[in-house]
Design a protein. Structure first.
Length: 271
């Protein structure tokens, strides 16, 4: 369904690792809606090579950048403006990684070097992206910047580990930077709090497939999938949401406002 909602818009999309990635779906949908953009990911993620297929399909260039490196980000953003022929209208930050989760360290037994690395990749990188874009005066007025988050920033999901803290920090950056970018350039900054989704990052969380089923049962509309999340991102990049900023927006089928569902109650009465 193409309505040309993003006709004439230029973007940068971080985080398309493979066809499961939320960013991958966003790139496909943004392309359908007429946007032109640069795809980027960490140099190490490029080795898997899948992003080139997406670039071909969407007529995009790929520029590797480690989102924790300001030098890489300066190069990425400057080159993107050259390639796309002007300032940027939208940015998707779809990046997350916890070394403690990867190494199986319990939340009460963190390795703090790993914690700092995860925080840098998952949260501080969002500040770095925006600070770099602002210093380079790379955003068009009324541009839109979105990062992806999870409800573990507000409620405890024990196996989400230190990613919960990273997401809380990420959401705070969206509010704080959103203020300054709004005042200066009318640029809006939001986070989308997405349902659990089967991707490379998601499946790193212990017990994830059971958890996805639980979450589905606890959501009146069921879990939102990556494709639906991409649709929501498109609306936020479009001109139809110009006054939405500094928000954490739940895209979760109603999970965040549900105490219990009949389906869950029935599961207990079966036992
Ligand atoms: N999958 C879920 O259940 C879920 C739910 C809510 C929010 N999210 C969030 O959505 C976002 C995208 O994750 P996904 O589920 O699509 O998984 P994914 O694994 O496909 O994407 C994560 C991306 O982060 C990139 N990345 C890691 N380190 C980086 C670095 N230093 N520089 C640049 N890029 C780097 C990876 O290469 C990868 O492309 C993340 O912020 C994640 O926390 C995911």
């Amino acid at each position: 369904m193409a309505n040309n909602l993003l006709e004439g818009k230029r973007g940068i999309i971080f985080g398309a690792l493979n066809s499961q990635s939320i960013a991958w779906h966003v790139a496909e949908k943004a392309h359908e809606q007429g946007a032109r953009f640069v795809l980027t990911n960490a140099p190490i993620a490029m080795r898997m090579g899948e992003i080139n297929g997406l670039a071909e399909k969407t007529g995009s260039k790929v520029i590797p950048a480690d989102a924790t490196s300001v030098e890489d980000l300066e190069k990425l953003i400057s080159e993107s403006m050259e390639i796309l022929g002007g300032k940027i209208d939208f940015i998707l930050h779809s990046i997350g990684m916890s070394v403690n989760v990867r190494k199986g360290n319990h939340y009460t037994n963190e390795n703090y070097d790993y914690t700092m690395k995860g925080l840098d990749v998952s949260a501080l990188s969002f500040h770095k992206v925006m600070q770099t874009a602002k210093k380079l005066d790379a955003m068009n007025d009324w541009g839109s910047i979105v990062a992806l988050t999870y409800i573990a920033a507000q409620r405890v999901f024990p196996d989400y580990n230190d990613m919960a803290d990273n997401k809380a920090y990420l959401e705070s950056i969206a509010r704080s930077f959103g203020y300054h970018f709004g005042v200066d350039k009318k640029v809006r900054v939001n986070t989308i709090s997405q349902s659990p989704t089967m991707t490379t990052a998601g499946s790193g969380v212990k017990g994830f497939s059971e958890f996805i089923s639980f979450s589905d049962m606890m959501s009146p509309l069921g879990n939102a999938d990556a494709s639906a999340c991409a649709d929501y991102c498109v609306t936020l990049f479009s001109d139809l949401t110009r006054y939405v900023t500094m928000q954490n927006l739940f895209h979760d089928g109603g999970f965040s406002n549900t105490g219990v569902t009949q389906q869950v109650i029935e599961r207990f009465s079966e036992e």
